[in-house]
Design a protein around this ligand. Structure first.
Ligand code: TGC
Ligand code: FAD
Length: 388
C-alpha cells in the first residue's frame, strides 16, 4: 500500500532495523500504559512518582546505551528512539532518564574508578538508586567555567563548599554528581544523599517541566573521602563530555513532544467543526498542519542521521549542537501552532499540547540554551569563537 500515512509521512520506519523498531515499540507501549493516563495529573500536582524510576529500570532504558554494569549496551540510535517515545509522554520523564543515564551514570562510567562503577551503575541501571548532576549554579549557567563551588583537600579527604541550582532529580536522588573547582582543575564528586552538610531543597513555582523534580544542591563544608572523587576528570571537559550525551538524547526527545502535539492537532482538526465543516478543511489550518508534518519529519531525519553518525563514531559536539538547536526550536514552533489549532481546549491539561509547549520552554533552555548552541554552530562554520 503506497498511501501516505500522516503519522509517518516519509515512511522513516523503513530506515530502522527490526531491533530498533522493537525497542521503539516497547517504549511506546510503556508510555501508553504507564505515563499517558497519569501524566496530566503529575504535571498539575507538580510531582513524578519515585516508583517510575524502578519501572524505567525494568524497561531497561536507564543507561541503556552504556556497556556493562547491568546496562543494555544498545546503539545510540536505539537510545534516541527511546528518548523520542519517552518525551512523547512528557519531557519530565525523558529528563529523568537523561539525567540518570546520560549525565549521572555516564559521568561515573566515563570518569569513575572501577569501584565507583561497580558500586553505583548496576543499582542505577535498575532504578534502585537515582542520580542527579550538579553543574549549573545560581550565578553560572551558560558559563560553567565561572562556577564558584570549591573542593579543597584536607588530608586524604575533600571538603566541598558551594551551591548548585536547577538540578533535575536533586531532592529524590540517592547520589549527586557534583562538579567543583579544585587546585587541580574542575573535578567531579559523588555525594551520597544524607552526607552531613549536604541538602537538596526542591524548587517550587515552576510552570514548565512540572512532572519533574528540580532542586538546589547546598554544600556546606561537606566532607568526602578520596574515593568519592571521579579520578578521570580534571577539567571542564569532564562535565561537558556528559552534556554531549544528554544533548544527543534531547535531539531525539524533542521530536516526541512535537509529534504528540502534531497528532493531537491533526486529530482535533478533523473532528472540530466550525462554519459547517471540519477546521482541517480550511486552507489556513492545512498550511499549519503541513508545516507541522514537515518539521516533525525533518527533525526525525536529522536525528536519525546524527544517530547513525554517533554509532559510526563520527559525531562531533558541534553536530550535536546543530541537532539540539534545530530540533528543539522546531518542536517549540510545532507545539505553539498546535496549541492554537485546539482553540480554548489548547490551554487545558485535558489535552497534552500546552503541557508539552510549556515543557519545551525548559528544554530550549537546559543543556545549553538555543543561543549557546547557535554560537557553537556559528563558531564551527566561521572559525571564530563568539562566546567571549
Ligand atoms: P572551552 O574553553 O571551549 O572548553 C573547556 C574544556 O572543555 C572541552 N570541551 C568539551 N569537551 C567535550 N564536549 C564538549 N561539548 C566540549 N566543549 C568544550 C574543551 O576541549 C576544553 O577541554 P580541556 O581539556 O582543554 O580543558 O569552554 P568554555 O568555558 O568556553 O565553554 C564552552 C561552552 C559555552 C560551549 C560550554 O560552557 C557550554 O556548553 N555551556 C552550556 C552549559 C550547559 O549546557 N549546561 C547544562 C547543564 S546540565 C543540564 O542542563 C541538565 S538538564 C537535563 C534534563 O533534565 O534533561
Ligand atoms: P544564563 O546563562 O544566565 O543565560 C541567560 C540568557 O543569556 C540566555 O538567554 C542565554 O542564552 C543568554 N546568554 C548567555 N551567554 C550568552 C552569550 N555568550 N551570548 C549570547 N547570549 C548569551 N543544570 C544542571 O547542571 N543540572 C541539571 O540537572 C539541570 N536541570 C535543569 C532543569 C530545568 C527544568 C531547568 C530550567 C534548568 C536545568 N539546569 C540544570 C540548568 C540549565 O542547564 C541552565 O538553566 C542553562 O544552562 C542556562 O543557564 P542560566 O539559566 O543560568 O542562564
Amino acid at each position: 500500500d503506497s498511501a501516505i500515512r500522516p503519522y509517518d509521512y516519509l515512511d522513516i520506519d523503513h530506515a530502522l532495523s527490526d531491533e530498533e523498531r522493537a525497542i521503539r515499540d516497547t517504549v511506546r507501549a510503556f508510555v501508553r500504559d504507564k505515563v499517558l493516563p497519569y501524566v496530566g495529573d503529575w504535571f498539575e500536582e507538580a510531582r513524578i512518582p519515585r516508583e517510575l524510576a524502578r519501572e524505567l529500570g525494568k524497561l531497561g532504558v536507564l543507561g541503556m546505551h552504556l556497556e556493562g554494569y547491568g546496562c543494555a549496551g544498545t546503539s545510540a540510535t536505539a537510545y534516541g528512539l527511546a528518548c523520542l517515545e519517552l518525551e512523547a509522554g512528557d519531557s519530565g520523564v525523558r529528563s529523568l532518564v537523561s539525567v540518570q543515564g546520560s549525565l549521572a551514570m555516564y559521568a561515573i562510567h566515563r570518569w569513575g574508578s572501577e569501584e565507583q562503577k561497580q558500586e553505583w551503575l548496576p543499582r542505577m541501571a535498575a532504578g534502585e538508586a537515582i542520580g542527579c548532576f550538579g553543574l549549573t549554579e545560581p550565578d553560572a549557567g551558560s558559563d560553567p567555567g565561572s562556577m564558584r563551588t570549591y573542593a579543597k583537600r584536607d588530608g586524604s579527604d575533600w571538603i566541598l563548599r558551594g551551591a548548585k541550582m536547577w538540578i533535575t532529580n536533586g531532592s529524590i536522588a540517592d547520589i549527586a554528581v557534583v562538579w567543583a573547582r579544585t587546585d587541580e582543575g574542575v573535578r567531579g564528586f559523588i555525594v551520597p544523599a544524607g552526607t552531613p552538610g549536604f541538602t537538596a531543597p526542591e524548587i517550587k513555582k515552576k510552570l514548565s517541566l512540572r512532572a519533574s523534580v528540580t532542586s538546589e544542591l547546598l554544600l556546606d563544608d561537606v566532607r568526602l573521602p578520596e574515593s568519592a572523587m571521579l579520578p578521570g576528570a580534571t577539567s571542564l571537559r569532564g562535565p561537558l563530555s556528559c552534556l554531549n550525551e544528554a544533548r544527543y538524547g534531547i535531539v531525539w526527545g524533542a521530536i516526541g513532544a512535537a509529534r504528540a502535539c502534531f497528532e493531537a492537532a491533526l486529530d482535533y482538526s478533523r473532528e472540530r467543526v466550525a462554519f459547517g465543516k471540519p477546521i482541517a478543511g480550511f486552507q489556513i489550518q492545512q498550511q499549519k498542519l503541513a508545516m507541522m508534518a514537515l518539521e516533525v519529519n525533518r527533525a526525525t531525519l536529522l536525528a536519525l542521521h546524527l544517530g547513525r553518525m554517533k554509532d559510526e563514531g563520527r559525531i562531533r559536539p558541534e553536530h550535536v549542537s546543530m541537532g539540539k538547536l534545530g530540533n528543539v526550536n522546531a518542536a517549540l514552533e510545532v507545539a505553539r501552532t498546535a496549541r492554537q489549532i485546539l482553540g480554548a481546549n489548547g490551554i487545558s491539561l485535558e489535552y497534552p499540547v500546552i503541557r508539552h509547549m510549556n515543557n519545551l520552554e525548559s528544554v530550549v533552555t537546559y543543556e545549553g540554551t538555543a543561543d549557546v548552541h547557535a554560537l557553537v554552530v556559528g563558531g564551527a562554520v566561521t572559525g571564530i569563537q563568539a562566546f567571549r
